[in-house]
Design a protein around this ligand. Structure first.
Ligand code: SAH
Ligand code: SF4
Ligand code: F3S
Length: 473
């Protein structure tokens, strides 16, 4: 256990959270005077589940200040984009969307446009906004999200622009108001930031150093969610396998899982993302032993070539990765593994790419997120020579998808005739109920909408490569 003083360093002081509550109240008063009915706020989050979890807190803060959350942009009094910087495409979409507001701002001067999240933690982005999108009212980075009430107060009371994206390393803020998007599936961040500095990745630069939440705060949150009837709890972190190291709480991720598994109630626990370098047999044994932990492992491998893995600074080998998978399948025969992979890392040759294909064939993933390398400003990989054309990388990408499609089809076909316990989630486009197996595979079946939010046994009748069809038992 680390000394208490260590922990204080990462927690926002109580005076700061109190101050934000006061700002929140002041904003409430201003909008109470300005609007006859609660103004409408449209929040859109890009990127990973961690960002989605932040988005739910931003929505919670806005609600507390008196805004009404809406799902459509048209007619909104406040628009907040919670952005992602992981690939160029994600950033381009944000610039495109913000550009479209220029005209609207001239019609509705009282409208507030806010940008936050990972993109805003980059100097060049904020410079570009100042130059090309000066009408944006508030820009704030990832380390000051909890100060949204203060920023809105500055903007609403004095019409002043806000640009706040301090470099200082992240903090943990407990007890922010929250607006959860679902009443049966909940995101629970267990750690923030990342220390790994994979050479292609922007996350450590925009999210700061790795820091874990206190076990007792996580356990209390999960207990509360279960008491409220939540059925699926997803623990979030960029590298959940290093949970509890910074600061040292004397509890690693496997131990945290055991604690959460012991909470009474009918619910399942998921987690993401696992980093192979920190994934241990202890964790896999714990997954196998804990009844409430879904038998699904998201374990990004990124490349099947040891040379490329070295250049990526991933700190494991292809052999170590496959060994982990073999062990995992041996203790959990029903395990479903999903993964992330990057095609066309700078300097990757076609032969090295084929090693990725062969790993995919051996690993038998249920599904895979495949990305073409996207150079990120300030990362090491962005400086590396990258001779292979985008067009060529596109061909490799397609080749990999074809290989994975065949594997996924075999896997889903092997599920036909079996019955799975499914969490019913929504209505599909075709009017069927859509649920997910523990392995995170979507299954559609005819049923009443009243099943949504509950676990049901569903027998698989048909496989459609990536998803399943079935019938209620
Ligand atoms: N922390 C997780 C990944 C988070 S980012 C992990 O280490 O596995 C999600 C995925 O985006 C990564 O797994 C990687 O496959 C992809 N990614 C990250 N940076 C990228 C880049 N510059 N270009 C292309 N894909 C990238
Ligand atoms: Fe990025 Fe690597 Fe950290 Fe994942 S582990 S967030 S890929 S630096
Ligand atoms: Fe994107 Fe930031 Fe997540 S860069 S992937 S939103 S941590």
């Amino acid at each position: 256990m680390s000394p208490v003083s260590d922990r204080k360093n990462i927690s926002v002081p109580a005076e700061e959270t109190e101050k934000q509550k006061e700002y929140s109240q002041l904003v409430r008063e201003i909008i109470g005077q300005r609007y006859a009915e609660p103004p409408k706020a449209f929040v859109h989050t890009y990127g990973c589940q961690g960002n989605v979890a932040d988005g739910e807190r931003l929505e919670g803060m806005l609600e507390e200040m008196g805004y009404r959350l809406v799902n459509e942009l048209d007619g909104a009094d406040l628009v907040l984009y919670n952005t992602c910087a992981i690939r160029e495409h994600a950033e381009d979409r944000v610039f495109g969307n913000v550009g479209a507001f220029k005209q609207q701002k001239t019609v509705n001067r009282d409208m507030r446009i806010l940008l936050c999240g990972c993109m805003m933690q980059q100097e060049w982005v904020v410079e570009k906004i100042k130059k090309s999108y000066p009408f944006v009212d508030i820009v704030f980075g990832t380390h000051v999200m909890h100060r949204l009430p203060e920023f809105l107060y500055t903007s609403l009371s004095r019409g002043k622009k806000v640009r706040e994206f301090p470099e200082h390393d992240g903090v943990i803020v407990e007890e922010l108001p929250i607006h959860r998007d679902s009443d049966f599936k909940a995101w629970v961040p267990i750690m923030y930031g990342c220390n790994n500095f994979c050479t292609y990745c922007i996350v450590p630069y925009v999210r700061g150093r790795e820091r874990s939440r206190e076990p007792k705060a996580i356990i209390a949150e999960v207990k509360q969610l279960v008491a409220q009837g939540y059925k699926e709890i997803t623990l979030l972190g960029q590298n959940v396998n290093s949970y509890g190291k910074n600061p040292d709480y004397g509890m690693n991720f496997a131990a945290l899982l055991r604690e959460l598994n012991a909470i009474e109630g009918d619910f399942i626990i998921r987690f993401m993302t696992s980093h192979p370098k920190d994934c241990t047999y202890e964790l896999l044994d714990t997954m196998a032993a804990c009844k409430k932990v879904a038998k699904h492992l998201h374990l990004p491998f990124q490349s099947g070539s040891n040379r490329v893995l070295g250049e990526m600074n991933r700190r494991y080998t292809r052999e170590k990765y496959l060994d982990l998978l073999h062990y995992a399948y041996s203790v959990m025969p029903e395990l479903s593994v999903t993964s992330d992979v990057i095609v066309g890392f700078p300097g990757e040759t076609y032969e090295e790419f084929l090693e990725t294909v062969s790993l995919v064939e051996e690993a038998k993933f249920t599904s895979m997120y495949t990305f073409i390398f996207s150079p990120r400003n300030g990362t090491k990989a962005a400086q590396m020579p990258d001779p292979v054309s985008r067009e060529e990388k596109g061909k490799w990408f397609k080749e990999l998808l074809d290989a994975q499609e065949k594997i996924a089809a075999v896997r889903t076909a092997s599920m036909v005739g079996k019955t799975y316990r499914v969490l019913c989630e929504s209505v599909s486009k075709g009017g069927l109920i859509e649920g997910r197996t523990q392995g995170n595979i979507i299954i559609e079946f005819p049923a009443e909408t009243s099943v949504i939010g509950s676990f049901r046994d569903v027998k698989v009748t048909e496989s459609l490569t990536w998803i399943l069809r079935g019938e209620l038992q």
